[in-house]
Ligand binder design. Structure first.
Ligand code: ABN
Length: 176
């Protein structure tokens, strides 16, 4: 027999000589009852853990998602989903000669930036990641404030709109 077994056998025999079966049952019953009654009222911090978990899981939108901050005024397929990037046209296309300018707030520094929405021309519609955020856009009769326009119209391949880039121009001036 192992030392472990011998130790437990001896201690059990000693306990059996000292404590009656009835009193040990009473003790065990008390311990069980105490645990059952106390555990549910202990102050577990469930709320903060849940909030932390939710915060940890919340991912910032990347530049292939419509809610990425630079796309606040976009109307078109994102070039970052079409073989280009947020500010460059995909191979085989060229940037439009005219563009629409929007103002978007960068959540990282809370500042407003001018963003130029240029179309990439020369290939048919990309068809991926269509976004229509339109912040600051006005109806078609307000020329210049309307962005639902094919900006390839000034290029030689005027009807071939592929996707839209969102080029950062710089910080917007604060209005007085
Ligand atoms: N500026 C994107 C676009 C292209 C064609 C028609 C509407 C909008």
């Amino acid at each position: 027999m192992s030392q472990f077994d011998t130790f437990f056998e001896r201690s059990s025999r000693r306990a059996a000589q000292r404590v009656s079966r009835r009193s040990s049952l009473v003790r065990m019953g008390r311990l069980l009852l105490g645990t059952v009654l106390t555990l549910p009222v202990l102050p577990f911090d469930r709320v903060s853990r849940t909030a932390e978990a939710a915060q940890g899981k919340k991912k910032e939108p990347d530049d292939t998602q419509c809610d990425y901050w630079r796309y606040c005024g976009v109307d078109g397929y994102l070039c970052s989903c079409c073989g280009g990037s947020v500010s460059t046209c995909p191979p085989g296309t060229e940037s439009s000669k005219v563009a629409w300018i929007g103002t978007c707030r960068n959540p990282k520094d809370g500042k407003d930036y001018l963003v130029s929405y240029s179309d990439c021309c020369g290939k048919g519609a990309c068809g991926r990641c269509f976004c229509n955020s339109n912040l600051g856009e006005r109806p078609g009769y307000r020329m210049g404030l309307h962005n639902d326009v094919n900006w390839c119209m000034g290029n030689s391949s005027s009807t071939m709109f592929h996707c839209t880039t969102s080029v950062l121009i710089g910080e917007a001036e604060k209005s007085p």
